[in-house]
Design a binder for this molecule. Sequence first.
Ligand SMILES: [Zn+2]
Ligand SMILES: [Zn+2]
Length: 231
Amino acid sequence: MRLAEGLAELLSPTRCAGCELPGALLCPDCEGALPRIDPRTACPRCGAPTRGGACVECAGRAFAFAGARCLGTLEPPLSRMVVLHKDAGERRLGAVLGALAAEVWLATPPAAPAVPPEAVTFVPASRDALRHRGFDHAEGIAHAVAARLGLPCVRALTRVRGGDQRALGRDARLAALSCAFAPGPEPTPPRVLLVDDVFTTGATLHAAALALRASGCAEVLALALARACGG
Ligand SMILES: [Zn+2]
Ligand SMILES: [Zn+2]
């Protein structure tokens, strides 16, 4: 451990993001209590939990991504971890949760594409969010996913407009998100795994996937940490 890290640990010991127990960012009890979505019965289109029947979350919605997987539902302790990561600046949680999401992906990808994704990319934060938080919250998650999958993480998108969408309903989100994304500084991979932290209506991932496909990507698959159902 470097001296700076040692001092930081002394002044503010690492605590579990779920229960505040000192020691690790995610204690074994809280890891066991994560509201995981069973990938065997999850909706292959949107990643929502189902009881094996038709998905009520994405019925009637068209997505530009071919399938989606989510680690868990947006409930404690996962919801708390997402907030601590995004809004309290606990950037190490992005790596922890990204690695867990990658495990789910490896075990059961939502579709069985003939050719798997060649790279991982992420939904870039708006300029306002970047200024406010000081980091791009989905980027760290995507890097952890890419490392676990043995794929490069590329910046294939930029955000051209659109701020925080969380307070908006689906129609308002769709209107705000149209044309929100443009090709990024790195070339668009032919097949890509698109990462974000929360899947609510799917509108953000859809808009990002549309931009990727418009710049030549043949297939986009989506992976999120948390599925907010009823969005
Ligand atoms: Zn805990
Ligand atoms: Zn669905």
